[in-house]
Design a protein. Structure first.
Length: 331
């Protein structure tokens, strides 16, 4: 009896140690912001993108938007970013509506793009990295599982050679450090807030934001809308061709070669930019991520020199977005 009890306790202790060790490793593991799915994928960018969309739609995800990647002048590479969402995943990541500001870490963004050395590539934002930043360490293991499932779904649809290479900024911690970095949600910039936080309050404010997007003169385009007031948020995703084009050019500088002048196309799934209408206690907030922080998060691998020589870019982007939002809120 004593031997049996001792064995049981030992088994439970070892099991607990394995779980704790696995979780700790997941929390501190190095993840790139982006991850490959498949390389040397046969077919055109558009045909591959269509297969990705169909596969996601058939396997529990809803494709809610896509856009052609604007590349620098003279670049012959092509790309498409696909945006998809899953209500179960979303709800989990915002803790069933308890932490709706974490919606900045959704939705899924997949990119299909051409390269001179790996053919056509399918990549995506790396869910463990994104979830660790925006939801917290305890969400990483679930994101690993979901990310692996998505990769399997896409690979079955498009073929090519499977690749799990992580790239972009590689971090072992939750947040980007150094100049322009810092914590989340400390990086959230509130544009406006309103008293009241019911579902109808969120819907009313979101309607005004949509007016701003619809009538903007800054060449911003709506890529998607996630309407999830029951979980405390409504999110818009916007993009601007000049911003995408310039980001690709800047990120390419340190990695450019004679045969691949603009490798920064592989970072295009940093876009769209999020505008979040969310429940914040008894208030409804309209917020964006501080653009310097956001660019540091998705483009830090461009190097400090790239940031220093384009210091005015984040402020110009954020100022343009805020102007658009405030125009809508004035309706």
């Amino acid at each position: 009896m004593k031997v049996s009890l001792r064995k049981t306790v030992l088994t439970l202790s070892l099991s607990l140690a394995v779980i704790v060790c696995f979780s700790a490793n997941a929390f501190s593991a190095k993840y790139g912001v982006y991850t490959n799915v498949s390389v040397n994928v046969p077919g055109s960018v558009h045909s591959i993108a269509n297969k990705v969309e169909s596969a996601l739609n058939a396997n529990g995800w809803d494709v809610i938007g896509s856009f052609n990647v604007a590349v620098p002048a003279g670049d012959m590479q092509k790309g498409i970013v696909i945006v998809a969402t899953n209500h179960v995943y979303n709800r989990y990541m915002v803790a069933n509506g308890v932490n709706p500001v974490a919606a900045f870490g959704i939705p899924l963004r997949v990119e299909v793009f051409t390269t001179p050395n790996q053919g056509t590539v399918v990549s995506m934002v790396n869910l463990p990295a994104i979830s660790r930043t925006f939801s917290g360490n305890s969400y990483v293991n679930y994101a690993v599982e979901v990310g692996g499932s998505i990769k399997g779904i896409i690979r079955n649809a498009v073929g090519g050679t499977a690749s799990d290479e992580n790239y972009g900024p590689i971090r072992s911690g939750r947040f980007p450090g150094g100049i322009g970095g810092g914590s989340f949600p400390g990086s959230v910039d509130s544009v406006q807030n309103y008293s009241g936080s019911s579902d109808s309050n969120l819907a009313g404010v979101a309607k005004l934001v949509m007016q701003g997007i619809k009538h903007n003169t800054g060449h911003w385009h709506l890529a998607y809308k996630i309407n999830d007031p029951q979980d405390g948020f409504i999110e818009f995703g916007i993009y601007k061709n000049n911003v995408t084009r310039e980001s690709i050019s800047i990120d390419s500088g340190a990695r450019a070669t004679a045969s691949y002048k603009y490798p920064g196309i592989d970072h295009a799934s940093a876009y769209p930019i999020e505008i979040l209408v969310y429940r914040n206690g008894q208030y409804t907030d309209v917020s964006v991520l501080g653009e310097m922080w956001r660019m540091k998060y998705y483009f830090a691998d461009a190097g400090m020199w790239a940031f220093m020589t384009h210091m005015g870019m984040p402020g110009a982007i954020e100022g343009s977005i805020k102007k658009m939002i405030l125009y809508g809120l004035a309706y």
